[in-house]
Design a protein around this ligand. Structure first.
Ligand code: PLP
Length: 434
């Protein structure tokens, strides 16, 4: 739950000091709510574990988890850098006048994205040799005389214990440069004056519940940094360890505390680089996405039809897989409560399967929830701050809901709700159908 979650005297969930009944009434449902205090608390923890890293460390928020201009402003205020992966995310950062460091990621960057990186002095995390070649060509077409800072994303060969679709560090990952090709890529970078090779990057996957893979990847990096300094007489000055720390979606999830995560990374860096191998310490960046914003988010739905079959009870809500595609995509589990009756009446408790309104049998938000619920009640689904809005769709031609930021008794839109007009705005009728 968000750190600001409380239950009012009237038995209603409040977030950021605002009643969820009032939020649902004023902004409608479905509704994404983000709690600013939770994001700020997570940021403080992340920074606390990094603050004693001797060579300096910068947390960079992975915008793919949840990005809009208000979020960019908040990230700037937190003093974090920002990771982007698309023109849309770059333009969002620029529109919000982001002041910090921006890193451009992606396994298939467009020329437009790379040109924006050159123009706006973004750092480029190269995923492959072609990224670098295109970057060099684009440089040659500009007036820019300073090189672009580049990190090379590697495939470290680490198989994270998580859902297959969110593993990214295993040998057959589509992301990154295989270690067998790394020396050639480094040689290329060092020979090009428009590239300033800063270091290596790896992101091993998402929803990690264990510290060991992060320690393993640091050992892989330390070996490579040692080899690079010998082979090329070049000391890589920076290292980026990616993101990936998991959060709790259900009671059985036991995530690592954020400060422990970053402190462990920081200590392991010192051990693996300095103490074990006598290498100079690179400056460090990490890329938390989910663990910065995930727990801050709560989705509110209104209960609609309730259907009792012999084997199963269905409770339908007014949203589902279009605003939260994670369950149908990764069989992700969530926790649900009745926001307007937080303390249930024991005799009304029943097991419900909470389903969305979309035309897919897999549109199930929670498989089995013990709820005291009735039509018109508000269902709160917790930990929806990451990869919900950012992965949302207009499936069944539904409009995306609003997103509201809450803090200290205030609630304001971060993202206005779409309307059917927005859906129709981009439609065109080819002449032969008119
Ligand atoms: C390169 C990179 N960095 C960081 C992240 C953020 O991961 P998470 O949200 O699990 O922290 C991702 C997620 O896919 C990523 O691809």
């Amino acid at each position: 739950m968000p750190v600001s979650a409380r239950v009012s005297k009237g038995n209603v969930l409040t977030l950021g000091g605002v009643s969820t009944e009032v939020l649902a009434r004023d902004f409608g449902t479905p509704l994404w709510i983000m709690c600013q205090d939770t994001i700020e608390a997570a940021a403080r923890e992340i920074a606390a574990g990094l603050q004693h890293y001797p060579a300096g460390a910068l947390p960079c928020y992975a915008g793919k988890a949840f990005l809009c201009t208000a979020m960019v402003r908040l990230v700037d205020k937190l003093g974090f850098g920002l990771d982007v992966v698309s023109k849309g995310e770059i333009e969002t950062a620029l529109a919000a006048n982001f002041k910090g460091s921006i890193y451009l990621h992606g396994n298939n960057k467009t020329d437009e994205e790379l040109a924006l990186a050159v123009k706006h002095n973004l750092k480029v995390v190269a995923d492959n040799q072609q990224d670098l070649e295109r970057l060099v060509q684009l440089h040659s077409k500009t007036e820019r005389t300073t090189p672009t800072e580049v990190l090379l994303r590697i495939i470290p060969g680490i198989d994270l214990d998580t859902h297959d679709h969110i593993k990214t560090g295993h040998d057959t990952s589509k992301f990154g440069i295989p270690l067998s090709q790394l020396n050639d890529t480094i040689a290329y970078c060092l020979s090009e004056k428009s590239i300033k090779l800063m270091g290596l990057h790896a992101h091993i996957g998402s929803q990690a519940m264990d510290l060991e893979p992060f320690q393993q990847v640091i050992e892989v990096f330390a070996d490579i940094y040692e080899e690079v300094s010998k082979r090329f007489s070049y000391v890589l000055p920076h290292l980026d360890i990616g993101g990936g720390l998991g959060i709790a979606y259900v009671a059985s999830d036991k995530p690592i505390a954020l400060e422990e995560w970053t402190r462990t990374i920081s200590n392991k860096m010192v051990e693996a680089f300095q103490e074990k191998r006598g290498l100079p310490l690179p400056s460090l960046s990490i890329e938390p996405g989910r663990c910065l914003v995930g727990t801050a988010g709560v989705t509110l739905y209104r209960v609609g039809r309730m259907k009792q079959l012999e084997q199963i009870n269905y409770l339908s809500v007014d949203g589902g897989m279009a605003d939260n595609p994670r369950p149908i995509t990764y069989q992700a589990a969530y926790t649900a409560m009745v926001a307007n009756r937080m303390e249930p009446r024991e005799e009304h408790l029943k097991t419900w399967t909470i389903v969305g309104r979309y035309c897919e049998s897999g549109d199930i938000i929670v498989e089995e929830a013990q709820l005291d619920a009735a039509p018109g009640d508000i269902i709160a689904i917790f930990a929806t701050g990451a990869y919900n809005y950012s992965m949302a769709s207009n499936y069944n031609r539904t409009a995306r809901p609003a997103c509201v930021l809450v803090k200290d008794g205030h609630s304001e839109l971060m993202i206005a709700p779409e309307t059917e007009e927005d859906l129709l705005r981009l439609d065109r009728i080819p002449s032969w159908l008119k």
